[in-house]
Design a protein around this ligand. Sequence first.
Ligand SMILES: [Zn+2]
Length: 580
Amino acid sequence: MADNFKDWLEELKSKINIVDVVEGYVSLTRKNGKYWACCPFHHEKTPSFSVDEGGMYYCFGCHKGGDVISFVQDIEHTDFMGAVSILAAKAGMSVPEFSKKGDKTGVSKRKRDRLYDLMRESASFYHKALMSEAGKAARDYLDGRGIARSTQVSFGLGFAPGNGLIDHLRQKGYGKDEMTEAGVAGTSKSGRLYDVLGGRLIVPIINNLKQVIAFGGRVLEKGEQPKYRNTKETVIFDKSKELFGQHTIKKAMIEGAVDSVIMVEGYMDVISLYQAGIKNCMASMGTALTVQQSRLLKRYADKVYISYDGDLAGQKATMRGLDILYGEGLSVKVVSVPGGKDPDEYVREFGKRGFMDLLAQAKPLFEYKLDKLAEGYDLNVAEDRGAYVVEAVKVLYELKNPAQVEAYMDYISAKANIPKPVLVKQYAQGAQAESRPIPKLELAKKTGKYYNAMRFVLYSLFGGQEGVEERDLSQYITDEEHRAIYVEYMRLKSFKEPTLDDLQAMAEQYPEVEEIFREGKRVTEEQAPKVFADCMASLEKEKNKREIAALTRQIDAEKDPVERDLLLAHYAALTAKNKK
Ligand SMILES: [Zn+2]
């Protein structure tokens, strides 16, 4: 066996074929020496996602591309080592000890593997028990809640018949210590082992590598306490770092290119929504959201809906969790479920349609906060209005984007009926009183087709791609950061051709430069002209869209019929161009 990770990785790469790997997720068709499919990363009807046997993939629609490891990272929403583990399993190789990252527990890999095996064995025992005679009460319960057999299988639901699991694991060769360490068994006063979830409906908690890491148990009889119980935290289960529903959301994303995640409180909410056809849900396990969970979530989508029950959503701990999500650059909306219902109850009563309507009415995080705050005041009373405004502008200090501060000032102004200049003054005064700096613009990483395209165009500019000089890029590079990079580069260029050292210096000032190179290098020299042309076409479309939007506003405001007709003609020409 290889004695360092690099050699081992080479060995792994030589054993896997990207075509086989991709084929495991989407079906490929061979054409012009490449394999094609509809892209699993964006929604499309004609294939623009290509794989070549040289080991790279690239999508001409959303410009995602890379090698087999980055493909698995993207499609499995995992990190580098996560992707490596998945590929190693496919190749029948085991990830060597020297590469095991993040294991600060000092627990050997062998031991952890034993625990994973024990958990899988337990899950399969519980699942079989659910489908057996012993599981009838649990099946009746699930039937009562409308959870179909297929959903039960998707989530690997089970039932814990008394202490049956203990005997089963013993037969499989697991000892007392292993069972207690895994959290499935407890020890009674008399020293006997018992199943900590005995008599309960079992919900396995599965990580993003499809390993069972813990179990949740729900009582079947009304009134029994506690209603939910989880197995304890172990060396393979740290609940502050995991989310429930990862394996199902992953599948849903490949099938339907979902662009958001719905966060709910409990696993029964996830299961009920899934059953109703809403498959992009995850749950944190009884804690307010942590930074680690936010980062995990971000691997799945940039947009998140929070659907907690009314009481919990307003609580301080929950709010902190939402601030963490926002801080990680996610767009956060809060869903209010009427009548104090939880999502599980609501979707069972009103179906997918009803729940989707709630999503459509979800409030952006800061609107939610400002409304929540207003509940404590009577805004018909002048004194209360003043007091509300003082607190409301403080909420805005957490906003990163000055344009958003502006927009929410308008919101508060309308809500409290206080003129905006007063709020602006209050905002500055409040900041001074608390001696906090007025929030600066902090740059969140921008993703999506449009930003990818801008980055690739800049990469082409740096690399002297043919045809790039002829284009006036200033019309296309429109967002603040990319524009700053572009302007700086052109400024340097007006003196002399910028060197790699110049670019290095720029990277220190503008972190995006590094990103531009990192992404750009994923495209081979051979692909580059085509990719460049595609990116330019996307940007052109985007530019037209912006013009159309501006024109629409102008048309709406134009009173003069002749002027209006001229604008309308211009509008028709622009929209026709954009359809091409
Ligand atoms: Zn794509």
